[in-house]
Design a protein around this ligand. Sequence first.
Ligand code: SF4
Ligand code: SF4
Length: 217
Amino acid sequence: MAKPDYLHFFIDPNRCIGCQACVQACTECDTHRGESMIHLEYVSRPESVQTVPVVCMHCEQPTCAEVCPADAIKRTGDGVVQSARKPRCIACGNCVMACPFGVPELYEDRKIMMKCDMCYDRSSIGKKPMCATVCPSQALFFGTREQIAQLRPLSAPVNTFQFGAQTITTQVHVMVPRALAQPRAYVDVAAAMDEQPRSRAVSLKVLGSDPYAEVEV
Ligand code: SF4
Ligand code: SF4
């Protein structure tokens, strides 16, 4: 079986509401029961409530596999990068250090690296990964390009990421505002990390002794 080539994984971090449904659904998976392979990251806790779901991006040239001394990480013919093979993994942690997206995790107790494999037991027969079945805001979407274009007319899928001099192309697409995707069809990750969140300060009137006093939140 292989993942149908017309089905793709799209992440739209703007739509993540931090509900953790994806994390809970991932722990239900039979292949890694009790552990979630999806992480929910906070962009900047002091400044924003924005959360970002992090799954394996399934790189076309996976750095994790390139640095693995035990050849434990395999990429299937349809481009899905698998978790480490148990008999081979020596739990050295090279992949954890090398992945530019911060995906693999080392499980010291089991001496193995585990990561998201796009629910290959499901996606290889055309079913959605568990996280995409439960995400209420469709921040995680598994479907066709036509479906995502219809759902997000103002966004465009990008699957090329620039890390300094290194360009990485991935199976998983990130939705970015269409206006940003037009001049350059890639995400400059280093530049994006320097961006500051837009100020969302609003002024509220405070009722009290001075009814016209204002407080900034
Ligand atoms: S995102 Fe990280 S773990 Fe996933 S294939 Fe790329 S390098 Fe490997
Ligand atoms: S931890 Fe396992 S999978 Fe990762 S690089 Fe080391 S041997 Fe390979």
